[in-house]
Design a protein around this ligand. Structure first.
Ligand SMILES: *Cc1c(COP(=O)(O)O)cnc(C)c1O
Length: 393
């Protein structure tokens, strides 16, 4: 499909789709582990890279490639590599871009296992790591060491929704010879395109918005500079944490409605956030679209929408949070986000439990914090459910 200067809604529907000689409108599921060579000579040419073609699904598969192309186009990158999960994508970025004796700066408010993989796994390979509040540029500057090779940021960060300035961090990092990777899971390419602000690598947990239907675990790494692609693809081929053809098909199908879903979710979230901010049992609400958010104006520089994640602190603390979760209707008590259904969860006892209380407190993940992932339901029903739930806390 040739698309010239298409806008994002069009790109969501058409990007990546492969032409087939049968005329399939949707890229078929090539549910095959391996591909037949026409001759010994043909196989030899494929292995030498003298001819373009498929060899083995861990390395390359048409259904996977179609989905990868779609995400690369939406993010404005050169190439993308599908991964078995968002964590496999975090691992791929780290394994491809840092070696023993080198240093990583990471946002302190990030997805819990991202902290743990750096702290408990990569340090055993002699990779140094500093966790800092990357929303303050002076913290990022002072964390640099002579051996810093990567700055990994999540913005808005999980679950505090603190935002970091991608352009400023990229400028500082590049001056010091380091690369910048952005976990763009919370925004999706519809609301934030980190390459436009100077980032080098983007990753997503496609389990969330990109697939959008809470039925797939998958991740992706997008690379801006084509010359860096072989280094990443080599690690992916060797480690083998790749996405399979069927999940790629489902994610690619999800991407067709990505723009519609993400915008509706953000509209709902804005209404829910305003409702909660005025509720007498609520201490505070953190939503990137509320002017009360401390980095509201920074967000306007790099985001074209505010997502659908809301953090809310109830006046009744831990007990109130627990009561709300046990009594609320409609909202599903479950971790994850970005699906069509609204979810609610408690980070201190769930997603961020493995960080430990001390690290949580430093990252401002309080015991009474409740995280809401807003779906595409009718917003009146969502607000009514919260209203009834909050009467019981
Ligand atoms: C869920 C998530 C991940 C991890 O993704 P999985 O698909 O669960 O492995 C990483 N980063 C963020 C921001 C996430 O929300």
């Amino acid at each position: 499909m040739k698309i010239s200067n298409a806008k994002v809604d069009t790109l969501c529907v058409h990007s990546g789709t492969k032409e087939s000689k049968e005329g399939a409108v949707v890229t078929p599921i090539f549910q095959t582990s391996t591909f037949k060579f026409q001759s010994a000579e043909h196989g030899a040419r494929l292995f030498k890279g003298e001819e373009d073609g498929y060899i083995y699904t861990r390395m390359r598969n048409p259904t996977v490639e179609a989905m990868e192309d779609a995400v690369a186009i939406l993010e404005g990158g050169a190439k993308a590599i599908g991964c078995a999960s968002g964590m496999a994508a975090v691992h791929l970025i780290l394994a491809a871009s840092v070696k023993a004796g080198e240093h990583v700066i990471c946002s302190e408010s990030v997805y819990g296992p991202t902290v743990t993989i750096l702290k408990d796994l990569f340090t055993t390979f002699n990779v140094e790591v500093s966790f800092v509040d990357t929303s303050k540029i002076e913290n990022v500057e002072s964390a640099f060491r002579t051996n810093t090779k990567l700055v990994h940021i999540e913005t808005p960060g999980n679950p505090t929704l603190v935002m970091s300035d991608i352009a400023m961090i990229s400028e500082i990092a590049h001056k010091r010879g380091a690369k910048v990777s952005v976990d763009n899971t919370f925004m999706s390419p519809i609301m934030q395109r980190p390459f436009d602000h100077g980032a080098d690598y983007i990753m997503h947990s496609m389990t969330k918005y990109l697939n959008g239907h809470a039925d797939v675990v998958a991740g992706i790494v997008v690379i801006k500079d084509i010359t860096e692609y072989p280094k990443f693809r080599k690690v992916s081929n060797l480690v083998g944490g790749v996405i399979d053809p069927f999940n790629s098909f489902l994610v690619h199908r999800g991407i067709k409605t990505l723009a519609l879903r993400v915008r509706k979710q953000a509209e709902n979230a804005f209404e829910v956030a305003k409702y909660l901010a005025n509720h007498p049992k609520v201490e505070w609400v953190m939503y990137p679209g509320l002017e009360s958010h401390p980095q509201y104006s920074m967000g306007l520089k790099q985001m074209t929408g505010h997502g659908s994640m809301i953090s809310v602190e109830l006046k009744g603390g831990y007990e109130a949070g627990k009561k709300l979760m046990d009594n609320i209707e409609l909202f599903v008590l479950a971790v994850s986000l970005g699906g069509v259904e609204s979810l609610i969860q408690h980070p201190a006892s769930m997603t961020h439990a493995s960080m430990g209380k001390e690290a949580r407190e430093q990252a401002k993940i309080t015991d009474g914090l409740v995280r809401i992932a807003v779906g595409i339901e009718d917003v009146d029903d969502l607000i009514a459910a919260l209203d009834r739930g909050l009467q019981l806390v």
